[in-house]
Design a protein around this ligand. Sequence first.
Ligand code: MG
Length: 369
Amino acid sequence: MHDAVFPLLADPDRYVAGTWDLTHDAVGRAHWVSVFRAHIPRVIEDAVREGVDRGETEADIRARGEQFAGDFEQWIDQVEADPARHEPLGIIHYCHERERLLRMYGFADPYRLAKQSETDRAMALLPALLDELDAMPDPDRAVAVVKGVFAGNIFDLGAVETAELFDDGQTVQFDQVRDKLKPRPWLFDDLDPWLARATAKQTWRSAVMFIDNAGPDIVLGMIPFARDLLQRGVDVLLAANETPTLNDVTIDELHMLIDRVVAIDPVLRDAYASGRLELASSGNGVPLIDLRKVSDTLCAAVERRDCDLCVIEGMGRAIETNLEAAFACDTLKIAMVKDGGVARELNGSLYDLIFRFESQGDATYASPR
Ligand code: MG
């Protein structure tokens, strides 16, 4: 368990790792309980595939899966019987309990195969994407990079709606997704102030970027975004989860991925070799993140690099836990809305885009449309 406070939080004492308190919100709890329950059979199917691949027997995996399902359902029922006992109750509590029980029943990384195959598929598209971006003038290039993050972020095996897009081996075509993103203005739309700042001569010194999912999200979204910042003179620290959860990238997977990426791209190769690009474990093990419980390694790297830009990506980290979190530096919260309950809370709709840029040098923050 990590318990270091992320040094860029503006007010750690008032920070809460949850955008909504579900303790007294029966409608909100009902939604999230149904999401977590609906996910149980999915994670068991992936665990079966993953375990059989490592030589375990299907009968054994399914037996452990039933125990996991029973315990998790029971825990959910207990919370539902007395939510006040868990106040403030956030989505993150359900995530922590799910991971705890998965480990307890021997499920270390049910999405290992799914992550590998989606990352391999995305890697095949990376060289052409980087060439395409390099050939673009600004601001088209800066816009394409941002849209690439949204398009990549749609790959999410934890979100019921988008997970269905990937069933039966159907993989969404990356460029088609990018072209079909919702038109501006987005639900939170600070793209113009972002572009003004990101394409200026004088920009940031050093960014810390919290990444999300394996596959197109990291490979075709966040890596090109990090590379674009590096090309603009901004150093980059990529923060990944320490332990597996859903299809999120772990720090070990990120190291392996960067080794593959630097083998094909000189920009990232030079940045990585010189230390301008660095990787760190956030200390986290759920799809959301509590920024009061991160790793010492991450805090030390952020302080050593004197980071002045924080990028938080993905629905779990940028919306569900940190949409209202205040930071002491410029911050970008970027995510696609992939859950009906999140959409309802934000007065938006499914596949809405969140691009919230909170600049220390500009008091005009975004507000929803
Ligand atoms: Mg994720």
